[in-house]
Write a protein that binds this ligand. Structure first.
Ligand code: ADP
Ligand code: MG
Length: 747
């Protein structure tokens, strides 16, 4: 029996999924697998594990596992469910790549999908689990897709062996045909249970015109208008990235400053008074044209009029707001404080947690978020959504593997998800910063991630599971044959798969080296480096470098535009400091040749030496959260290496001395062994077809040259041959993580 507090019990009863408990549990009893569909916020993630627990699915030593595509969700949902059930974290636990609190008493385990995939490698039948819930299946993350494919085989196998297991697939949007109408996946389609969400109507307002560039500015104006003129209720703004989020947060905080401790009830009534006044004098205030919107459902549209946000004379005039009005928006108005919070996945967890707490009295909550707020986290009390209609995604070039982040239009399904966030607690409004015509051109659904990215890591994992013919795997949506061939070729070249009898074969078996590589939780290129690392006592260095290469963005972004003179001076100072530190970390003499990877090694070493404190990171331009991740990953990789070759007995030394000259040479060769297909040669004088190619590098696969970034340790040296971690297209095609290699090493 679960002992829940009365408040929790009351909140639960409001969740739509609770009404379906009987139906869901009956379907679970009668079927090996089911699909549960329901609006975000209907209670799937927090409640379904509790249903299963109460029905005894975690009572005879086995446990309930739930996978999430995002780490944020795995951690925060385990906390939430523990709290709701009044159980300690030893019982309702989580495991993500770098950390976890799972114990032998764990009954409900939240984890990222990657973690479960690793567990399948250790125990294909997943004997510890009585039930697996694949959450957020609509996100179509690569690991989720693979897990569904694998579980479609594991579940029948378990049942045949008399160790029954249940599979629940949970999804937010309604397109589940890829799972249900897919004969290769499930011969008998699993039943779909739809959770009727008591979603309140959300009125959709389209802009008449679509700002192509400054949608952040547009979001600012819209948010200001909502805050000034519309009744209380939280605002959720969707932008595409961290920099945009911070920029908008800063502008909104300046416009409606909120100081702790100066808000009283008087402020609330002040805000109300202002709001009423705004209603009365609506003619003189900035307004949005009612005809500017197409409203859905139609009968909900009138609220705008009452709130005075309507009736702009001139269509699309949001962009044409007179300067005086724009000025007045920028002028600080502390009488109606706005409690502005950022939300994105790289944000520190304690900052992320703030969005779940009620805003200080007398303020209105405004969360400026990236896609994380679309389906994985439900923020309470949101009544207004402002949607820029875009999303930032990583794109890979199929042939070259070059990746770039691009901002593109989102899908209709995503835009509708975003709108839905406004209708959780009462009728709401969604302001789309684009026209209905533009919306009509959006694709209906977002593509499955697996079709958009290289798959060498997945292919290696599958080979390690003895799935030699990866083409025959029951993918919900299969990757292209092209991508599979490229992956297989790379793995053969790394020595992870046996040479094929003929080229282009797609069923090369795994080698012992490949098995060792598959046991490391990093991509195959880096796994190869780890596998070679024991030579010349290089392992501790290889582990540190691989950990650092795997974690995103370890340096603070100092290239962001400054909003004030003061900030500009500060940024210049910090940039100078960072340049100095990079130079220090790059070392001297032979070490310089290891280039950017030496800088990473130096940064990791120095940070660890200083105890990995927030202050050290802050002072030296390192992102604290990244450094903590690197530290955890170093520990994890060290354990993984010891498991594969116990004789090396490697350990994490917080006082690691820099590598010797000899070791640096060795490290460079190890790096080349992993990044052999990422080789580039400086454009030779005779090939200088275009002056723009000066200082460029040629790679085997690309027609145009790539470049060493000014921030790189090798920017001044320009060695003839280099290997790089990846090519990112920003203002130019830049190589990241560059290291020099000698001509005679190249096979
Ligand atoms: P779904 O999985 O269907 O999207 P959830 O189970 O995530 O729905 O959310 C159900 C409700 O629980 C939401 O109203 C959400 O706001 C609330 N909730 C989730 N996490 C927390 C938390 N950490 N603190 C307070 N409320 C939360
Ligand atoms: Mg959920």
């Amino acid at each position: 029996p679960v002992d829940r507090s009365p408040e929790i019990q009351e909140a639960r009863l409001k969740l739509p999924v609770l009404a379906e408990e009987q139906v869901i549990m009956e379907a679970v009893r009668e079927n090996p697998g089911i699909v549960i569909c329901g609006e975000t916020g209907s209670g799937k993630t927090t409640q379904v594990p509790q249903f299963l627990y109460e029905a005894g699915y975690a009572s005879d030593g086995q446990i309930i596992g739930i996978t999430e595509p995002r780490r944020v969700a795995a951690v925060s949902m385990s906390h939430r469910v523990a709290k709701e059930m009044n159980l300690p974290p030893q019982v309702v636990s989580y495991q993500i790549r770098y950390e976890g609190n799972v114990t032998s008493d764990t009954k409900i385990k939240f984890m990222t999908d990657g973690v479960l995939l690793k567990e399948i490698q250790k125990d294909f039948l997943l004997r510890r689990y009585r039930v697996i819930i694949i959450d957020e299946a609509h996100e179509r993350s690569v690991y989720t897709d693979i897990l569904i494919g694998l579980l479609s085989r594991i579940v029948p196998l378990r049942n045949k062996k008399g160790m029954p297991m249940k599979l629940l697939i949970m999804s937010a949007t309604l397109r589940v045909e890829d799972f249900t109408d897919n004969q290769r996946l499930f011969r008998t389609p699993p039943p779909v249970i739809k959770v009727d969400s008591r979603q309140f109507p959300v009125t959709i307002h389209f802009n008449k015109r679509t700002p192509m560039e400054d949608y952040t500015g547009e979001a600012f104006h819209k948010t200001c208008k909502i805050h000034r003129m519309l009744p209380p209720g939280g605002i959720l703004v969707f932008l595409t990235g961290q920099a945009e989020v911070h920029n908008l947060c800063r502008r909104l905080r300046n416009a409606f400053p909120f100081r702790k401790n100066n808000t009283t009830d008087a402020d609330t009534s002040e805000a109300m008074r202002k709001f009423k006044k705004a209603k009365q004098k609506k003619k003189s205030l900035p307004r949005i044209d009612l005809d500017n919107y197409s409203a859905l459902p139609v009968d909900e549209g009138d609220e705008d009029r009452e709130a005075g946000i309507g009736d702009e004379e001139d269509g699309g005039s949001d962009l044409d707001i007179g300067d005086d009005l724009a000025d007045s928006e920028e002028k600080a108005d502390p009488s109606i404080p706005l409690y502005v919070l950022p939300l994105y996945s790289l944000l520190a967890p304690e900052q992320q947690a703030k969005v779940f707490r009620p805003p200080p009295p007398g303020t209105r909550l405004c969360v400026v978020a990236t896609n994380v707020a679309e389906t994985s986290l439900t923020i309470p009390g949101i009544k207004y959504v402002v949607d820029c209609g875009r999303v930032k995604k990583r794109f890979y070039d199929r042939v070259t593997g070059v990746s770039s982040f691009k901002v593109t239009w989102t899908s209709q399904a995503s835009a509708n998800q975003r709108a839905g966030r406004a209708g959780r607690t009462e009728p709401g409004h969604c302001y789309r910063l684009y026209s209905s015509a533009v919306f009509g051109d959006f694709s209906l659904f977002s593509e499955a991630e697996i079709t958009r990215r290289p798959v060498e890591d997945l292919v290696l994992q599958m080979k390690d599971l003895n799935i030699d013919k990866v083409v025959n795997f029951p993918f919900p949506t299969p990757p292209s044959t092209e991508a599979l061939v490229a992956a297989e070729q790379l793995l053969v070249s790394l020595g992870a798969l046996e040479e094929p009898p003929r080229t282009g074969s797609l069923s090369c078996p795994i080698t012992p080296l490949g098995r060792a590589m598959a046991s490391f939780p990093v991509t195959p290129r880096y796994a190869k480096m780890l596998a070679l690392g024991k030579q010349q006592d290089c392992l501790p260095y290889v582990i540190a470098v691989v950990a650092a290469m795997t974690v995103r963005e370890i340096f603070e972004d100092l290239d962001r535009p400054a909003r004030s003179e003061e900030e500009s001076t500060k940024l210049t100072q910090r940039r100078a400091r960072m340049t100095q530190m990079r130079r220090l970390w790059a070392g001297q003499g032979a070490a310089l040749q290891l280039g950017d990877l030496m800088v990473l090694l130096g940064a990791v070493g120095a940070c660890e030496f200083a105890g990995c404190t927030p202050k050290f990171c802050e002072d030296n331009g390192l992102r604290y959260k990244a450094m903590v991740e690197i530290r955890k990953l170093r520990g994890q990789l060290t354990n993984a290496v010891n498991a594969v070759c116990p004789e090396v007995g490697v350990f994490v030394d917080p006082k690691m001395t820099p590598p010797t000259e000899h070791q640096v040479v060795c490290l460079r060769q190890i790096v080349l062994a992993g990044l052999g297909d990422h080789l580039a040669r400086r454009v030779q004088a005779e090939d200088l077809l275009d002056p723009k190619w000066k200082n460029g590098y040629k790679t085997p696969l690309m027609d145009d040259p790539v470049f060493i970034h000014p921030n790189s340790a090798l920017f001044k040296t320009l060695p003839e041959f280099v290997v790089y971690q990846e090519v990112m297209e920003t203002t130019k095609m830049y190589m990241r993580g560059v290291s020099a290699v000698e001509a005679e090493w190249i096979p």
